[in-house]
Design a protein around this ligand. Structure first.
Ligand code: BGC
Length: 315
């Protein structure tokens, strides 16, 4: 018989992130489902290495990526040609309440720190992944965010404060685009789903490498409720579930998606993908399931790519 020790909710331990400036080095958030420890691309270890890495980037191929999550805002400068982080990785807790003004202010602080660290001029653009539907730079839903984001002209509001070109996209779309370009989805044709598990259940659909944006399958109804309430990484922690019990809930959600879309491949990302051996072998979907390669840097890398609309399609 299979035995398993249920994990404690705090096993989404804080990542040993490299935080360049004490001012932004907020307490790591043990509740952050995106923050499981692992060997992702944490970026250069020191500010000196970051400057060297940033100088090596071809002109116009550097952007700052920001991943806004329900509990943390993470950001770094990214080489758009390689998908590598070229600044240290910064993180602050998402302000609570997560009203637009507070989130924009917190984002501006880390973007300023990054720009200073790598001596980025004002032409270096910022791409932002937001955890909700984003159409033409306006945020339309706010499942895990303050309702001030509903129908909010976010591109313009961020640009006023950041004083740089800014473009927002859905966070799961951003992470998916990065995985398809630089990670587990490279060269994968047909229907591919990338799933980003954090506070919510982010989904992105690709057909022959082309993204169909704003899919929102975290909110399909399973057992009479929003599916992500059982299948997100936060749901496992919140309900103190064993990996096995949570894998069954995730599996039910993925089977429902498979029934509708018949993907060839699921790529599972978010901090929890660092523990993929605890749940991927338990999934019963017909499609191949692999962990994301960029782990939870995908959101930052894909957001940086979104700063330039042309980058935001891997195909
Ligand atoms: C949101 C999605 C988002 C996902 C992951 C969901 O609650 O509706 O837009 O991609 O969480 O953050």
């Amino acid at each position: 018989m299979e035995t398993e020790t249920p994990d404690q909710p705090d096993d989404t331990e804080a990542a040993p992130e490299v935080l360049a400036e004490a001012a932004v080095a907020a307490e790591p958030d043990a509740e952050d489902p995106d923050e499981a420890e692992g060997a992702e691309d944490a970026g250069p270890a020191t500010a000196e290495e970051a400057v060297a890495a940033a100088i090596a980037v071809a002109p116009g191929r550097l952007a700052i990526g920001v991943d806004i999550g329900g509990s943390g805002i993470k950001a770094a400068a990214v080489n758009l040609d390689t998908g590598q982080l070229v600044s240290t990785r910064h993180r602050v807790p998402t302000p609570q309440p997560s009203a637009p003004a507070a989130v924009i202010d917190a984002t501006a602080k880390i973007v300023r720190s990054i720009a200073k660290e790598i001596a980025a001029g004002p032409e270096v653009a910022v791409g932002i992944g937001y955890p909700g539907v984003v159409i033409d730079g306006a945020t339309k839903t706010a499942a895990n965010m303050d309702h001030g984001w509903l129908d909010f002209d976010a591109d313009a509001a961020f640009e006023r404060v950041l004083k740089r070109p800014v473009h927002l996209v859905n966070d799961a779309d951003a992470a998916g685009v990065a995985e398809m370009r630089f990670g587990a989805g490279v060269g994968r044709m047909g229907t591919v789903f990338t799933v980003t598990l954090g506070t919510g259940f982010g989904s992105a659909l690709f057909y022959n490498g082309q993204l169909i944006p704003n899919l929102e399958l975290g909110h399909m109804e399973i057992r009479g409720r929003d599916a992500e309430r059982r299948s997100s990484a936060a749901a496992r922690v919140k309900r103190s579930l064993s990996w096995k019990a949570w894998a069954m809930d995730l599996d039910e959600h993925m089977l429902a998606i498979e029934k509708l879309f018949s993907p060839k491949l699921f790529i599972i990302g978010g901090g929890v993908s660092k523990r993929s051996e605890n749940f991927i072998p338990r999934l019963t979907v017909r499609a191949d399931v692999v962990p994301a390669k960029l782990l939870n840097s995908a959101g930052i890398v894909g957001a940086a790519m979104a700063s330039d609309e042309r980058e935001h399609q891997p195909g």
